[in-house]
Design a protein around this ligand. Structure first.
Ligand SMILES: NC(=O)C1=CN([C@@H]2O[C@H](COP(=O)(O)OP(=O)(O)OC[C@H]3O[C@@H](n4cnc5c(N)ncnc54)[C@H](OP(=O)(O)O)[C@@H]3O)[C@@H](O)[C@H]2O)[C@@H](O)CC1
Ligand SMILES: Nc1ncnc2c1ncn2[C@@H]1O[C@H](COP(=O)(O)OP(=O)(O)O)[C@@H](O)[C@H]1O
Length: 484
């Protein structure tokens, strides 16, 4: 698991360290790690000696890190040039170090560079990138290096132009191949469009960890977390003790939603699936192991319900929604079930003891919350989670899971291959199975999103992806993830 901290918390930890360390120590640690990573990139691209390195240097400490790293590369024989955004306000010690190592400043972007270090602005950024910086950033993609290859762009701490605490990209911003960050990850590395701008993110340890007192803003699961959480059958298990998931999705009009939900659940850990709804004949025909009934009221015992997609919004759909909410079981609400909540007719049904997970995409989020998630997706998801007292899985490129208690997870496995009709139905089915298998709601949501993303990637490797391909790939994804 990786974790990201907000700027204010990073600053607080930095202050604690600064009191204990001689002046400049942190910057030297940061610059040394940055230079090491840049040297490796240059070695891969033909060597450090003689390589052309361009430093984009802002007026703060981010520029200072960049100048010291540039000096280290110059000492190894690289031709290092620095373009200063504000020559009147530059980190003087950094500039002296660069000059002493043989580097020099330039007034405009050169024609050629093998490597660009973006040190325009780091965690001290406020607002969108300023015009003079934006003009330089716009021209970066034209820079060519050895053999006419595109220059490799390394962002120092964060790509300049991103909003560090929200992951928003309000305007022009650097698109990096690699981002070398210091001390800890920040939200922009893991959520929102900023995360995409970071490229590969590498963390340099500068000793901040032990003094980071605040809770992390966002956690990012890895395969080991998901494998550890995934429920497993044991020698004493039977189909009931493994959990039974109830699927109340789809309808005679939209049987596909039911089939996809069931196929997602089939890849989960439960021993049995009960389907309740008007697509029951289609479901049992396609999946003979599923026990089907026409209505939730007729279903036997389950340990969690999935309700919503393809259900429609008529009276029958309302009855289905009421029936699942009347239980004290964990419930996943998706798609039409979320639409049914908007007019407030289910306010009483929502006052229940059982855990609730809602899985909106942006449109559903807007209907529920009254406004789109906007530029601060984490903040928006947290607000809705608290308001609805539900775990919110906000779908997107970096799907976010937020809890009413203030925990946030960002899924790292998403792929645009998942942006296909019915993909969310597969996700909801898998999530329901994990809940019925006994996982806590936030873990079930995080694990489902993680495996769903990997399955999308796996399916995409074989060609264009439709939702049934994601469901089919889930089986192998789960095997690889959990080793079973
Ligand atoms: N935290 C840590 O533990 C460590 C932090 N370290 C490093 O320090 C960095 C933070 O340095 P920082 O505080 O000096 O701020 P920084 O990011 O350089 O930006 C401030 C300057 O940018 C400017 N500027 C602002 N907004 C702008 C915009 N939109 N567009 C354009 N320009 C803009 C603004 O200019 P001004 O408004 O003053 O004209 C101001 O002068 C951090 O990211 C990391 O690299 C490491 O050395 C060691 C450990
Ligand atoms: N551009 C994207 N990149 C990565 N994942 C995406 C993207 N667009 C959508 N997704 C994912 O695809 C799924 C789509 O779900 P949803 O919108 O509910 O589809 P449907 O209602 O058709 O089943 C979600 O898991 C979402 O996170």
């Amino acid at each position: 698991m990786r974790q990201a901290w907000r700027v204010a918390d990073v600053r607080a930890a930095e202050r604690t360290l600064l009191e204990r360390l001689p002046d400049g120590t942190l910057m030297q640690r940061a610059a040394a790690g940055l230079a090491r990573r840049c040297a490796l990139l240059l070695e891969d691209a033909g060597g450090v000696y003689g390589a052309r390195v361009l430093l984009l240097v802002g007026s703060g400490d981010n520029g200072g890190d960049t100048l010291f790293a540039g000096a280290a590369l110059a000492r190894r024989g690289a031709q290092v040039r620095a373009l200063l955004m504000r020559p009147d306000r530059v980190h003087l010690a950094g500039l002296r170090a660069l000059r002493a190592a043989g580097g020099f400043t330039v007034r405009d972007l050169p024609d050629h560079a093998d490597l660009v270090l973006d040190g325009i602005v780091g965690i001290g950024a406020s607002g969108g990138l300023r015009r003079e910086a934006a003009v330089v950033v716009e021209r970066l993609s034209h820079l060519r290096g050895r053999d006419g290859r595109r220059a490799v762009v390394v962002a120092v701490d964060v790509p300049s132009g991103v909003a560090v605490d929200t992951g928003d990209v309000p305007g022009d911003a650097v698109t990096a191949d690699v981002t070398v960050t210091f001390g800890c990850l920040k939200p922009a590395h893991v959520v929102g469009p900023a995360a995409v701008r970071c490229g590969q993110v590498e963390l340099v340890d500068i000793g901040l960890g032990p003094v980071l007192r605040a809770d992390p803003a966002i956690s990012v699961p890895d395969a080991a977390d998901v494998a550890e959480w995934w429920p497993h059958a044991g020698p004493a298990s039977d189909k009931y003790t493994r959990g039974v998931v109830g699927i109340a999705t789809g309808s005679a009009t939209y049987p596909g939603a039911a089939l996809l939900g069931v196929s997602g659940a089939l890849a989960g850990p439960t021993g049995m699936i009960r389907y309740a709804g008007s697509a029951h004949e289609e479901v049992v025909r396609a999946h003979p192991s599923v026990v089907t009934v026409p209505r939730v009221a007729d279903a036997g015992r389950v340990q969690a319900w999935v309700c919503g997609s393809g259900l429609g919004t008529d009276g029958e759909a309302r009855t289905t929604l009421r029936s699942v909410l009347a239980t004290s079981l964990p419930v996943v609400l998706d798609a039409d079930a979320l639409t049914l909540l908007v007019d407030g007719k289910h306010a009483d049904d929502l006052r229940r003891n059982g855990p609730l997970v809602i899985t909106p995409h942006d449109g559903e989020f807007k209907r529920l919350a009254g406004e789109a998630p906007g530029t601060d997706r984490v903040g928006a998801a947290l607000k809705l989670a608290s308001w609805m007292n539900a775990v919110v899985l906000l779908k997107g490129d970096r799907t976010i899971v937020a809890t009413p208690g203030g925990e946030v997870w960002a899924n790292p496995t998403g792929t645009s291959a998942l942006a296909t009709a019915g993909s969310g139905d597969v996700l909801a089915g898998l999530l329901g199975s994990l809940l019925a298998g006994g996982l806590a709601p936030e873990r079930a949501a995080v694990a489902a999103a993680y495996a769903h993303g990997l399955a999308g990637r796996r399916a995409a490797a074989d060609g264009p992806v439709a939702a049934p391909d994601i469901a089919a790939a889930l089986r192998y994804t789960v095997r690889d993830l959990t080793g079973r």
